[in-house]
Design a protein. Structure first.
Length: 95
């Protein structure tokens, strides 16, 4: 962790690129960001049977270069393992 300090995000997060894509809690919806709040969007609601899957963000070591970026967003079915998808432990910063 932190091997490439020059690869720090504007928010100060390290190691966001080139490892694995990361699961996030949101359900996927193609046009969600066109209609969502700009600040802290909560993610679309999900109804059983919609079949959209959970959001996976970022690019992995196996992705083509244009997809190896933190803004890359796609979906994967939950309940399965993928060799190029991981997760990041996070918590709120201390006040």
């Amino acid at each position: 962790m932190g091997s490439f300090p020059a690869d720090r995000s504007p928010a100060g997060v390290l190691d966001m690129g080139g490892n694995v894509s990361e699961w996030v809690f949101d359900w996927y919806k193609v046009d969600y960001y066109r209609v969502a709040d700009e600040t802290d969007p909560r993610g679309p609601t999900h109804r059983r049977g919609e079949g959209t899957g959970r959001v996976v963000r970022g690019g992995s070591f196996a992705d083509p270069l244009p997809e190896a970026r933190t803004a890359n967003r796609r979906h994967r079915a939950e309940g399965y393992g993928y060799p190029t998808v991981g997760f990041r432990c996070a918590r709120d910063a201390a006040p």
